[in-house]
Design a protein around this ligand. Structure first.
Ligand code: COA
Length: 157
Protein backbone atom coordinates (compact mmCIF):
# COMPACT_ATOMS: atom_id res chain seq x y z
CA UNK A 1 0.00 0.00 0.00
CA UNK A 2 1.18 3.52 -0.77
CA UNK A 3 0.99 5.90 2.20
CA UNK A 4 1.42 9.58 1.50
CA UNK A 5 0.43 12.97 2.85
CA UNK A 6 -3.10 14.17 2.16
CA UNK A 7 -3.80 16.13 -1.02
CA UNK A 8 -6.86 18.23 -1.85
CA UNK A 9 -8.02 15.57 -4.32
CA UNK A 10 -8.28 12.95 -1.51
CA UNK A 11 -10.76 14.91 0.61
CA UNK A 12 -14.02 13.59 -0.84
CA UNK A 13 -12.89 9.96 -0.53
CA UNK A 14 -11.62 10.26 3.05
CA UNK A 15 -14.73 12.20 4.07
CA UNK A 16 -16.73 9.17 2.92
CA UNK A 17 -14.49 6.84 4.92
CA UNK A 18 -15.06 8.98 8.03
CA UNK A 19 -18.81 8.93 7.34
CA UNK A 20 -18.73 5.11 7.19
CA UNK A 21 -16.74 4.77 10.44
CA UNK A 22 -18.34 7.62 12.39
CA UNK A 23 -21.28 9.85 11.35
CA UNK A 24 -22.20 12.37 8.65
CA UNK A 25 -21.70 15.14 11.21
CA UNK A 26 -18.22 13.81 12.06
CA UNK A 27 -17.40 13.73 8.34
CA UNK A 28 -18.34 17.43 8.01
CA UNK A 29 -16.15 18.33 10.98
CA UNK A 30 -13.33 16.16 9.66
CA UNK A 31 -13.42 17.97 6.31
CA UNK A 32 -12.82 21.25 8.14
CA UNK A 33 -9.65 19.83 9.75
CA UNK A 34 -8.48 18.09 6.56
CA UNK A 35 -8.68 21.44 4.73
CA UNK A 36 -7.06 23.28 7.63
CA UNK A 37 -4.19 20.79 7.53
CA UNK A 38 -3.61 21.64 3.86
CA UNK A 39 -3.58 25.37 4.54
CA UNK A 40 -0.36 26.09 6.41
CA UNK A 41 -1.35 29.69 7.25
CA UNK A 42 -4.81 28.81 8.54
CA UNK A 43 -3.51 26.08 10.82
CA UNK A 44 -1.33 28.41 12.93
CA UNK A 45 -3.16 27.33 16.10
CA UNK A 46 -1.68 23.88 15.57
CA UNK A 47 1.97 22.94 16.02
CA UNK A 48 1.20 19.80 14.01
CA UNK A 49 -1.84 19.09 11.83
CA UNK A 50 -1.24 16.54 9.12
CA UNK A 51 -3.02 13.62 7.56
CA UNK A 52 -1.80 10.55 5.72
CA UNK A 53 -3.85 8.52 3.26
CA UNK A 54 -3.39 4.89 2.28
CA UNK A 55 -3.88 4.02 -1.39
CA UNK A 56 -4.48 0.37 -2.23
CA UNK A 57 -5.27 -0.93 -5.73
CA UNK A 58 -5.68 2.72 -6.81
CA UNK A 59 -8.44 3.16 -4.19
CA UNK A 60 -8.31 5.39 -1.11
CA UNK A 61 -8.31 2.77 1.64
CA UNK A 62 -7.86 4.78 4.83
CA UNK A 63 -6.74 7.88 6.63
CA UNK A 64 -4.81 8.70 9.78
CA UNK A 65 -4.02 12.08 11.29
CA UNK A 66 -1.51 13.61 13.68
CA UNK A 67 -2.21 16.80 15.56
CA UNK A 68 -1.10 18.98 18.43
CA UNK A 69 -2.31 22.43 19.37
CA UNK A 70 0.42 25.04 19.87
CA UNK A 71 -0.39 24.97 23.60
CA UNK A 72 0.25 21.23 23.80
CA UNK A 73 3.66 20.18 25.28
CA UNK A 74 6.21 19.85 22.47
CA UNK A 75 6.81 16.14 22.95
CA UNK A 76 3.12 15.19 23.05
CA UNK A 77 1.20 14.31 19.90
CA UNK A 78 -2.34 13.10 19.22
CA UNK A 79 -3.58 10.58 16.70
CA UNK A 80 -6.84 11.68 15.09
CA UNK A 81 -9.34 10.76 12.38
CA UNK A 82 -8.08 7.22 11.97
CA UNK A 83 -10.32 5.08 9.77
CA UNK A 84 -10.19 2.37 7.12
CA UNK A 85 -12.80 1.94 4.39
CA UNK A 86 -15.11 -0.93 5.37
CA UNK A 87 -14.25 -3.12 2.37
CA UNK A 88 -10.56 -2.92 3.36
CA UNK A 89 -10.92 -3.52 7.11
CA UNK A 90 -9.35 -6.58 8.78
CA UNK A 91 -6.55 -6.85 6.20
CA UNK A 92 -3.79 -5.08 8.07
CA UNK A 93 -4.37 -1.64 6.49
CA UNK A 94 -5.16 0.04 9.79
CA UNK A 95 -1.99 -1.42 11.25
CA UNK A 96 0.11 -0.13 8.32
CA UNK A 97 -1.41 3.33 8.61
CA UNK A 98 -0.98 3.32 12.37
CA UNK A 99 2.70 2.28 12.10
CA UNK A 100 3.32 5.01 9.55
CA UNK A 101 1.77 7.60 11.87
CA UNK A 102 3.73 6.29 14.88
CA UNK A 103 6.96 6.38 12.82
CA UNK A 104 6.27 9.99 11.86
CA UNK A 105 5.49 10.81 15.50
CA UNK A 106 8.81 9.29 16.62
CA UNK A 107 10.70 11.31 14.00
CA UNK A 108 9.13 14.45 15.47
CA UNK A 109 10.57 13.51 18.87
CA UNK A 110 7.27 12.50 20.43
CA UNK A 111 7.46 11.14 23.96
CA UNK A 112 3.76 10.66 24.61
CA UNK A 113 1.41 9.55 21.85
CA UNK A 114 -2.26 10.06 22.73
CA UNK A 115 -5.62 9.24 21.26
CA UNK A 116 -9.16 10.05 22.25
CA UNK A 117 -11.88 7.51 21.55
CA UNK A 118 -15.42 6.49 22.39
CA UNK A 119 -16.15 3.58 24.76
CA UNK A 120 -18.60 2.17 22.20
CA UNK A 121 -15.79 1.78 19.68
CA UNK A 122 -14.57 -1.50 21.17
CA UNK A 123 -12.76 -2.54 17.98
CA UNK A 124 -10.75 0.66 17.98
CA UNK A 125 -9.94 0.35 21.71
CA UNK A 126 -8.74 -3.24 21.22
CA UNK A 127 -6.64 -2.06 18.28
CA UNK A 128 -4.99 0.66 20.39
CA UNK A 129 -4.41 -1.71 23.32
CA UNK A 130 -2.65 -4.15 20.96
CA UNK A 131 -0.41 -1.29 19.85
CA UNK A 132 0.58 -0.63 23.45
CA UNK A 133 -1.85 2.13 24.46
CA UNK A 134 -3.27 2.25 27.97
CA UNK A 135 -6.39 4.00 29.18
CA UNK A 136 -5.39 7.21 30.95
CA UNK A 137 -8.75 8.78 31.66
CA UNK A 138 -12.43 8.55 31.01
CA UNK A 139 -15.30 11.06 31.05
CA UNK A 140 -18.53 9.20 31.64
CA UNK A 141 -21.46 9.82 29.28
CA UNK A 142 -19.44 12.41 27.32
CA UNK A 143 -20.89 11.73 23.87
CA UNK A 144 -24.28 10.57 25.14
CA UNK A 145 -25.65 8.34 27.89
CA UNK A 146 -23.56 5.15 27.96
CA UNK A 147 -20.89 6.53 25.62
CA UNK A 148 -17.76 7.64 27.47
CA UNK A 149 -14.83 9.64 26.16
CA UNK A 150 -11.64 7.67 26.70
CA UNK A 151 -8.12 9.03 26.62
CA UNK A 152 -5.45 6.50 25.73
CA UNK A 153 -1.69 7.00 25.66
CA UNK A 154 1.54 5.27 24.72
CA UNK A 155 5.12 6.23 25.67
CA UNK A 156 7.26 6.36 22.54
CA UNK A 157 10.50 7.04 24.40
C1 COA B 1 -10.00 0.82 13.87
C2 COA B 1 -9.74 0.59 12.39
C3 COA B 1 -9.08 1.85 11.82
C4 COA B 1 -8.79 -0.62 12.21
O1 COA B 1 -8.48 -0.77 10.84
P1 COA B 1 -8.30 -2.23 10.13
O2 COA B 1 -7.69 -2.00 8.80
O3 COA B 1 -9.56 -2.99 10.17
O4 COA B 1 -7.24 -2.88 11.11
P2 COA B 1 -6.25 -4.10 10.75
O5 COA B 1 -6.77 -4.94 9.65
O6 COA B 1 -4.90 -3.52 10.56
O7 COA B 1 -6.28 -4.87 12.09
C5 COA B 1 -7.46 -5.48 12.45
C6 COA B 1 -7.23 -6.97 12.57
O8 COA B 1 -6.74 -7.54 11.34
C7 COA B 1 -5.55 -8.30 11.62
N1 COA B 1 -4.66 -8.30 10.46
C8 COA B 1 -3.49 -7.67 10.35
N2 COA B 1 -2.94 -7.93 9.14
C9 COA B 1 -3.79 -8.73 8.49
C10 COA B 1 -3.79 -9.32 7.20
N3 COA B 1 -2.78 -9.12 6.35
N4 COA B 1 -4.85 -10.07 6.85
C11 COA B 1 -5.87 -10.27 7.70
N5 COA B 1 -5.92 -9.73 8.94
C12 COA B 1 -4.90 -8.96 9.33
C13 COA B 1 -4.97 -7.60 12.77
O9 COA B 1 -4.08 -8.44 13.50
C14 COA B 1 -6.21 -7.29 13.59
O10 COA B 1 -6.61 -8.48 14.24
P3 COA B 1 -7.61 -8.47 15.47
O11 COA B 1 -8.96 -8.39 14.87
O12 COA B 1 -7.35 -9.76 16.13
O13 COA B 1 -7.29 -7.27 16.30
C15 COA B 1 -11.05 0.26 11.61
O14 COA B 1 -11.72 -0.76 12.29
C16 COA B 1 -12.01 1.44 11.44
O15 COA B 1 -11.90 2.22 10.51
N6 COA B 1 -13.01 1.55 12.35
C17 COA B 1 -14.03 2.59 12.26
C18 COA B 1 -13.47 3.96 12.64
C19 COA B 1 -12.81 3.94 14.01
O16 COA B 1 -13.35 3.38 14.95
N7 COA B 1 -11.64 4.61 14.11
C20 COA B 1 -10.91 4.77 15.35
C21 COA B 1 -11.60 5.77 16.21
S1 COA B 1 -10.64 6.47 17.45
Amino acid sequence: MLIRELKEEDIEAIKNIIKEGFTENDAQKAEFYFRLGLDKKASKAFRVLKYFVGIKDKKTAGVVGLYALEACPEDVLWLGYFAVKKEFQGQGIGLELYRHAEGAAKKMGTRLFCVETDSLKEKAMDFYKKQGFAEGGRIKNFYEDGSDQIYMHKELK
